[in-house]
Design a protein around this ligand. Structure first.
Ligand code: ZN
Length: 194
């Protein structure tokens, strides 16, 4: 296992479109495990391959939140979310159905410490391949649905700030240019970033 470097906006590599994976090799499985470890290390809930500099259509997600007793608080999740086994590692993810609207204050490991309300589809159906190359397909809503849409945007070279008004995204870009990013936060301060 190895921790990977997470690229930050405005790194031009975050703007590239990732390519589908032909074959899930042992090396790619290892890489996806490293992505998951990196995501946990940053206290993130999702990470896409281009965020660590690799243009493969691959995402890792774990939206489960732990309570004070260190156990997962499954009650906070919707029924559909609870049915999906996490952590989730998906190669060539594709949204095959989408419905409804929802909003959430999104953050991103590539734009650390900035949060804005983004509109997403509420319910989606996802298809893709797991680490064994087996087809997976499920419907979900809640935070998991939002996180999947956020990560697939990364595979298309899109960031959550692109989904804000011109004024709001302009303000964030200006702040980043002026102040950069803070040093890595302590555990208590960190919120969910994707
Ligand atoms: Zn992100």
């Amino acid at each position: 296992m190895a921790l990977l470097e997470v690229l930050k906006f405005p790194d031009p590599r975050l703007r590239k479109v990732s390519q589908p994976v032909d074959k899930i090799t042992d090396e790619l499985v290892q890489f996806s495990n490293d992505m998951l470890e990196t995501m946990y290390d940053f206290k993130g809930i999702g990470l896409a391959a281009p965020q660590v500099g690799r243009l493969d259509r691959l995402l890792v997600i774990d939206t489960r939140q732990k309570g004070d007793d260190d156990r997962y608080k499954l009650d906070d999740m919707t029924e559909l979310e609870q049915k999906v086994e996490q952590p989730l590692i998906v190669f060539n993810p594709e949204i095959t159905f989408k419905e409804g609207k929802t909003t959430y204050d999104e953050g991103c490991l590539s734009i650390p410490s900035y949060y804005e309300t983004v509109e997403r589809f509420e319910l989606i159906e996802l298809e893709g391949l797991n680490q064994k190359g087996e087809k997976i397909k499920f419907k979900t809503d809640g935070l998991l649905s939002i996180c999947i849409q956020h990560e697939i945007d990364h595979l298309d070279g899109k960031l959550f700030i692109d989904r804000l008004s011109v004024i709001k995204s302009g303000r964030i870009k200006k702040q980043i240019k002026k102040h950069g990013y803070p040093e890595r936060k302590t555990e208590q301060e960190s919120e969910s970033e994707q």
